[in-house]
Design a protein around this ligand. Structure first.
Ligand SMILES: Nc1ncnc2c1ncn2[C@@H]1O[C@H](COP(=O)(O)OP(=O)(O)OP(=O)(O)O)[C@@H](O)[C@H]1O
Ligand SMILES: [Mg+2]
Length: 477
């Protein structure tokens, strides 16, 4: 017997489908909002999810990767009343099994469900677990992180080049390592090249190697890192820093998987898989002619944008717990516990340095607490505590300070200003989540948001948000 989850805001449709599933000899649960659907997914393992697109609390299309990342990796069948072909394409790209137009006919649903459940049965018989990937050291179970890990799993199962983008400290190197160790290349080397740390003059010799006598000082020949990555993975960290002169040579090497060491007379092959990472906005770099468009296209067959920690505050307790345990083990001291005010302060901070900053803050808190087994907010750095204290007064605070309105009103803002500042904040937050979800594609962003291109561009300009959802001037703190 299989278990199916129905997510549809029309309770009549839910009843009809659950009756159908019961008659097919299976069990089902029904949710009339995405939120309720998520609650069911946390509690139960499902084989399939029948998912409506237009839901009161969001688009079902945005939940597909999240559902697929569940431990049981349920198959997703999308149902929509609007039969829009863009949506169908996005659904399949995000890992949906099939796409059915509403009104759904019982025959149609039965046919698709039978196929899905047969497929699941075959997998079980063959002993294939649905989610064979191990992501050690990666914490977070927010929907943003689940969606991200779904794409990481896909990348691990394929051979295409991957581009990881995201602010500093969001875990690009951690994820790159996870992709390699879950790929079929895991037994071979994972070779890291930090393009930001390499002097321009050395890039070529470090990557391609050289023959004896190729230049003054080359007393012996030396293998380049590309050759070392043969059969394994080459991780080009901070790829945006690769000098323009090298980008063309590297593009050729990437296309041919062949290169010539400096001073060498023949070409050498290397079967490497490329993972690149950057904390800059690659599209902007292309616009400013700092990065070759053809190379960006080539390295980003699969592009994954890692979410900033501030957008997934619900992951903070779990992530802090994990790193606290590691830190205390390293210091050989008993694990310290968190008081609720400590966690609340962590969750109210905006983490410009993301998880790396969190780890540093925890490290400092341990030192601050000495032998105290319980950590309180007062063990946190002052700037973080000040931020936490101000958190409950935002977002109208800044604007009031500029205009002095709050002072005039005895510290209380005018309704119109209060409302406007909340609207502005909501617009900005929405864009910051929308753009990475649409992977920077304006067309997809308009479709997901249900707004026109002009409106989207105006909003991006107003809040200075880039195609990848970054705020220009961010990270200067
Ligand atoms: N999802 C996560 N779960 C647990 N730890 C994480 C996660 N993401 C990042 N970290 C931790 O944060 C630290 C920084 O991660 P990492 O070096 O991979 O970031 P990065 O994106 O490469 O940063 P940068 O752009 O500055 O190079 C590491 O200690 C890593 O273990
Ligand atoms: Mg890094």
């Amino acid at each position: 017997m299989a278990r199916v989850l129905i997510i549809d805001d029309d309770s009549g449709v839910c009843r009809m489908l659950s009756e159908l599933i019961r008659r097919m000899g299976h069990e089902s649960d029904s949710a009339v909002t995405l939120r309720k659907g998520r609650a069911f997914l946390r509690e139960e393992n499902y084989d399939a999810v029948l998912l409506d697109v237009r839901m009161p609390d969001g688009s079902g299309l945005e939940m597909i990767s999240e559902i697929r990342a569940e431990v049981s990796s349920p198959e997703v069948i999308i149902m929509t009343g609007f039969g829009d072909s863009d949506g169908a394409q996005a659904a399949i790209e995000n890992g949906a099994w099939d796409y059915i137009s509403k009104p759904v006919s019982p025959q149609n649903i039965m046919l698709v469900l039978r196929r899905v459940l047969q497929y699941r049965e075959n997998l079980k018989t063959a002993g294939i677990t649905q989610n064979p990937y191990r992501f050690e050291g990666i914490t977070g179970s927010s929907s943003l992180m689940k969606t991200c890990l779904f794409h990481v799993a896909r990348a691990a199962g394929s051979e295409v080049s991957v581009l990881l983008t995201g602010e500093t400290g969001t875990g690009k190197e951690l994820i790159a390592t996870a992709i390699h160790s879950n790929s079929r290349r895991s037994a071979k080397q994972f070779v890291v090249v930090d393009c930001a740390a390499l002097p321009q003059t050395l890039v070529e010799s470090v990557l391609f190697g050289y023959e004896k006598g190729a230049f003054t000082g080359a007393e012996n020949s030396r293998k380049g890192l590309i050759q070392q990555a043969d059969g394994g993975t080459l991780f080009l960290d901070e790829v945006g820093e690769l000098p323009l002169s090298m980008q063309k040579t590297f593009l050729r090497c990437l296309q041919e998987r062949k290169f010539r060491p400096i001073g060498g007379s023949r070409e050498i092959s290397s079967d490497f898989r490329l993972i690149a990472a950057t904390n800059r906005d690659p599209e902007q770099m292309v616009e400013k002619t700092l990065f070759r468009k053809d190379l960006l296209y080539r390295i980003s067959a699969h592009s994954i944008c890692l979410p900033p920690l501030r957008d997934r505050a619900e992951d903070i307790p779990e992530t802090a717990e994990y790193h606290m345990k590691n830190l205390c083990e390293n210091y050989n001291i008993p694990k310290k516990e968190f008081s609720p005010d400590f966690i609340a302060a962590l969750q109210s901070y905006h983490w410009p340095g993301n998880v790396r900053e969190l780890v540093n803050v925890l490290d400092r808190a341990i030192a601050e607490a000495h032998f105290d087994p319980l950590l309180f907010a007062r063990h946190l750095p002052t700037k973080l505590r000040i931020h936490a204290a101000g958190f409950y007064m935002s977002p109208y605070r800044e604007k009031d300070q500029k205009q002095g309105t709050a002072q005039k009103n005895g510290g209380f803002p005018k309704f119109r200003e209060y409302r406007q500042s909340h609207l502005d904040k909501a617009e900005k937050e929405y864009l910051q989540k929308l753009m990475p979800r649409a992977k920077g594609c304006i067309k997809d962003a308009c479709r997901i948001a249900g707004i026109s291109r002009t409106r989207l561009y105006n909003l991006m300009k107003k809040h200075r948000i880039s195609r990848l959802g970054w705020e220009s001037g961010e990270g200067k703190e």
